[in-house]
Design a protein around this ligand. Structure first.
Ligand code: ZN
Length: 406
């Protein structure tokens, strides 16, 4: 098995240097309109259909009624067919039901050589106003993908929530079996109230980001809030509203600073994948519910995670959200899980006596899960920068499904 050849697929995210661009906007809008149209065709069929069949059924309409170019029309069919295949797989797992998929106007898929070409500082794509060239940011990490050894696959232009355009370039090459143990340096990040962020990397580096006086300032805000809420007068309500805006702006500034420091530290340590807890998912276990309620209630935690994610993408570091269950109760040494392991800010394993700062234990467990998740992908022959983008490359497109049954 040592000499096995595996196909490596990587998605690298490149930021375009252009701001809001009307040609891109128009193309994304029309492309999405095309997908929504193709979606109604599959939906009416009452089960998924192959891309070729869907292309035959939709091509004329996409070209003449919606005004898409030839290659775009083919991509619309392929992408929509893929989305329904994923939907079907989710239905089989009991996760959702048959429904009309609606697509958000955020992505367009391009085919290499047909409607996009790229070099290390420029991308050329077909828009509805003809071929256009856009600059891309020169990241050091991305240079490896332009050394001639990679083949480019169908890739996507995505408008991220930060309002900027990013090209998710899918690159492939065949190599000898990768050495997974050497693969990467991972970073687990625990966000919380004691320390805004605690990081732990595979090579053992740990950092605490406290944000100085923040906890005190937030306490002052929270006391003021309580006082005002007790008053319950109209003027108190007005002051409350005003103050809440101020607190939000204050925390946003803090989160920008902390996320920047975290990413600087990740770059310094050569981290390639960052793991964060998924605080949004709905889980059945009460243990998480409690922890989630606490973290969930604070928009500030999620905002910090979002900032970290954006800044990570900008420098080519992938971000994975992991299952947050028991990250604060699991012993990093013997893996014993118990609520009793944790006592406030300190962690003491009731089995092996391992003792450490509780937030750091959280970060260690998050790092371990991030590494495990990546490992699972790699043994399948995948090396991915952003797993959710590559595992189901046909559906990375847009968040599935928006839950609109029909
Ligand atoms: Zn233990």
């Amino acid at each position: 098995m040592k000499d096995a050849i595996v196909k490596v697929s990587k998605t690298t995210i490149l930021k375009l240097t252009t701001d809001e661009d009307s040609r891109i906007e128009k193309t994304i809008d029309k492309f999405t309109e095309g997908m929504d149209y193709a979606s109604t065709v599959v939906h009416a069929n009452q089960k998924p259909m192959g891309a070729i069949k869907l292309q035959k059924l939709t091509y004329a309409h996409l070209r003449s009624e919606i005004g898409l170019k030839s290659q775009m029309s083919c991509n619309v069919a392929r992408q929509t067919a893929g989305a329904y295949k994923t939907l079907q797989a989710q239905i089989r797992k009991g996760e959702t039901y048959w429904q009309l998929l609606k697509f958000a106007p955020t992505n367009i898929k391009f085919s290499y050589g047909r409607d996009f070409s790229i070099n290390h500082d420029e991308i050329s794509i077909t828009t509805l106003d003809g071929r256009q060239k856009y600059g891309i940011m020169n990241y050091r990490y991305a240079e490896q993908f332009f050394d001639g050894s990679w083949k480019y696959q169908a890739s996507e232009l995505v408008k991220h929530k930060d309002g900027n355009y990013y090209f998710h370039l899918v690159c492939e090459k065949e190599i000898g079996e990768p050495d997974i143990t050497q693969a990467s340096n991972f970073m687990g990040i625990d966000v919380g109230i004691n320390h805004l962020a605690v990081t732990f990397t595979t090579n053992g580096r740990r950092k605490f980001f406290t944000g100085g006086e923040i906890k005190n300032i937030r306490n002052i805000y929270s006391k003021q809030r309580k006082r005002l809420q007790e008053k319950d007068t109209r003027s108190a309500t007005r002051v409350l509203k005003h103050q809440s805006g101020r607190e939000k702006r204050f925390m946003r500034d803090v989160n920008h600073v902390i996320s920047r420091q975290v990413i600087e530290s990740a770059i310094e340590d050569n981290v390639s994948v960052i793991g964060l807890e998924d605080l949004t998912g709905i889980r059945k276990r009460t243990e998480v519910r409690k922890k989630q309620r606490y973290k969930h209630n604070s928009w500030a935690f999620r905002e910090l995670q979002t900032f970290i994610e954006y800044k990570a993408h900008e420098v080519g570091i992938a971000v994975i959200y992991i299952d947050p269950r028991y990250t604060s109760q699991t012993c990093p040494t013997c893996l014993h899980i118990s609520r009793n392991n944790r006592n406030g800010r300190s962690f003491l394993c009731e089995v092996c006596d391992y003792a450490l700062n509780a937030d750091l234990v959280g970060a260690m467990n998050i790092e371990a899960r991030t590494r495990a998740f990546r490992h699972d992908l790699e043994v399948q022959g995948l090396v991915v920068d952003s797993p959710d983008e590559t595992i189901s490359s046909e559906t990375s497109l847009k968040p599935l499904p928006t839950g609109r049954g029909n």
